[in-house]
Design a protein around this ligand. Sequence first.
Ligand SMILES: Cc1ncc(COP(=O)(O)O)c(C=O)c1O
Length: 469
Amino acid sequence: MDIWLIEINRSSSTPLYEQLYQVMKESIIHGNLTVGTKLPSKRKLAELLAISQTTIELAYTQLVAEGFITAIARSGYYTEQVDELSYIDEKRKEIEQIEAVKHSFSIDFNSGHIDIDAFPFNQWRKYAKSLLDDKSRNLLLLGHPQGDLELRQQIASYLYSSRGVRCTPQQVVIGSGTEQLLPLLIRLLGKEAIYAIENPGYPITHHIFANNDRETLAVSVDEDGMKVSDLEHLPATVAYVTPSHQFPTGAILSASRRVQLLNWAANQEGRYIIEDDYDSEFRYVGKPIPSLQGMDHSERVIYISTFSKSLMPSLRIAYLVLPMHLLHAYQQTFPYYSSTVPRLDQHVLSQFMRDGHFSKHLNRMRKLYRKKLEKLTRVLSAYEPSVLISGEQAGMHIVLTIDTKLTDLQLVDLAKQSDIRVYALSEYHRITENFSLKPQVLLGFGGFGEEEIEVCVKALMNTWNIQKG
Ligand SMILES: Cc1ncc(COP(=O)(O)O)c(C=O)c1O
């Protein structure tokens, strides 16, 4: 810690000397001020922080009294060796425990897991290697704030051919994940916007709206997606939806509701739809469902998608497609923001897409995930009617409805006792009015090898004491 950078909050109800004392104490405990560091004189620090010498004296006296610093006559104040390591160790232990809890399940049906064995490392490496060369030294400098044109071009043409999204590369904004782009969008849409969110829905977006102090109204979801008729009775101005594969139920927004939703947005100035198309690449039944953005004639759909499912979640590349009028507002609001995605990663990806590897990868992964899904549904169907599968038309997770008197959270706890992680649907509800009578859990299958699925399902059914039907 740089002692000169201490910040004092004059409007806080905590006395100034106590603030100073706390900051210095924390810095000594955490080793940011090393043992034996000479502290600035009372006069110097008072001048620098523009507070009285008496305030500094009070803080120093308190630190001396508690043994964090020592006063040496005619020399000054020095930091002391403190014996508070147990405190740090406790904190560390806590963090380690959280980490351990996060990773400790031997079977994890996490819907965010992808197949890491099928990643095309060779091709990726080829592009990464060729770019790590002084011929590409230009990439060491900052690029376009919305992301480099090459990648935006690839994304725009991919979106047009595979999702029917109509946009120019200029409308694309690249960022480090949906979770980084949404806050920008929220700021762009202003404080007055009221958001309608799906219930149940994607919890990270719920957190993002809450963290940015935006009002949200929950709208129920049924087997046809968000109930747009309910939305019509609310004062919401922006609807956040996952129409191609509702998260987490797996419902697909029906054709009539799509039209209804677009009309809702078009009917009043300032209304928007945020279309989160996070895993639309993986549709296993029928033709791909075109995006809402492609059906929109009123510039009301803001399209957002990600490479987290199609390539890897750790790549942290997602993108927004802004309607033209919002693009101008975006450029005026954020003129100084550099892209949050490293240019090298942007160029590896754009070349990977340009040379057709992304499409090939998607085709391969779709086949692979389809096989896993078929295996999962085949193995689970042996347990019907005690379990019922839904949401299996797309994506990398299904929903399982279980015929039991237990709640979904009790089912999750039971599974945990056998070192298995499943996810209760109630964990995704913002409000609890609409629970299914029977408990439902989410089973992600992307991270399992096809050959592991049967063993994992059997272990889960054993834990729940569910017999084959
Ligand atoms: C509904 C939804 N939106 C977006 C994402 C991806 O978010 P990000 O781009 O931040 O990885 C996910 C990932 O699981 C998701 O489930």
